[in-house]
Design a protein around this ligand. Structure first.
Ligand SMILES: [Fe+2]
Length: 280
């Protein structure tokens, strides 16, 4: 999302201290600190190790992906001091946007951003929308901390010959639906990859939701990793002959869609706030 693109200009800034644990320290004090490491601290430390050699388009080894996923799978909103009753998750019905029928404002809680990875939480009131966008060359972990949300994601369809696709429109590109489903926390962490897993996705909050996002590497305009938004073309879904020779029907819109690049959605309204470590 564009919010990470804005944050990319602030490389190295951390709003909450997520210090490294001392390496190879055998002192009792150090061991006590390691035992007390919070889930957030654990996540940060593992991300730092896994993404140390991160490069665009390169997926970390499967074991490293699983290390991050296993930590995320256990995380809950309380680990971040969040609760659905907080103002982040309320719709402001008196705002001009609400009066105009636009989706409510979203809040992004910024935990960490460096050249290698980013960690943040999207807070959505009911009906909040994160529009369809891509993640070029990235591996992205999305953990729904609480709430119910609809996720629709796509990957670009493999190149198809003219005989395989009818009605190819100019300017649009064929994408195949990866996920089109409702998710309710607690649920497993979703992972997308540079070329599959649903690299383009959109989120619609059916209730108040909090989504923890870990991305490696993060968006970076100077490095060519731009966030691009997409709209569904009004053209009908194509008829496609897949590799098995099966012909999909004219109304196969639940499988394929034409996507067109679009400007940043004007209705998208995101506040960025610093992370405040929960006190325990
Ligand atoms: Fe995303």
């Amino acid at each position: 999302m564009v919010i990470e693109r804005n944050l990319a200009s602030q490389k190295g800034k951390e709003y909450c201290e997520l210090p490294s644990e001392p390496k190879n320290s055998k002192s009792k004090k150090s061991k006590r600190r390691q035992r007390k490491a919070s889930p957030v601290q654990k996540l940060y430390e593992i991300c730092k190790q896994v993404f140390a050699t991160a490069r665009p388009g390169i997926v970390p080894p499967a074991g490293d992906v699983e290390r991050i996923r296993s930590v995320l799978d256990e995380m809950r909103e309380v680990d971040f001091g969040l609760s659905p009753n907080m103002p982040f998750f309320k719709t402001t019905t008196t705002s001009a946007g609400a009066a105009a029928g636009r989706p409510p404002k979203i809040t992004y809680i910024h935990l960490h951003l460096c050249d290698k990875f980013s960690i943040g939480i999207f807070c959505l009131p009911p009906s909040g929308i994160i529009p369809l966008h891509n993640h070029p060359g990235m591996t992205v972990f999305s953990k729904l901390l609480f709430g119910t949300m609809h996720i629709k994601s796509y990957d670009w369809a493999p190149d198809l010959t003219r005989s395989q696709v009818r009605q190819p429109p100019g300017g649009a590109r064929l994408a195949k639906v990866k996920v089109d489903a409702k998710f309710t926390a607690p649920c497993r962490t979703s992972i997308l990859y540079p070329a599959d897993g649903g690299n383009m996705h959109c989120f619609t909050a059916l209730t108040a939701c909090a989504i923890l996002d870990v991305m490696g590497p993060p968006y970076s305009d100077p490095d060519g990793r731009h966030c691009t938004y997409y709209l569904h073309s009004t053209l009908p879904a194509p008829s496609v002959v897949d590799n098995g020779g099966t012909v999909a029907g004219e109304d196969d819109s639940d499988t394929y869609a034409w996507l067109e690049e679009t400007e940043n959605p004007k209705y998208l309204d995101v506040d960025v706030v610093p992370y405040s470590c929960p006190t325990k």
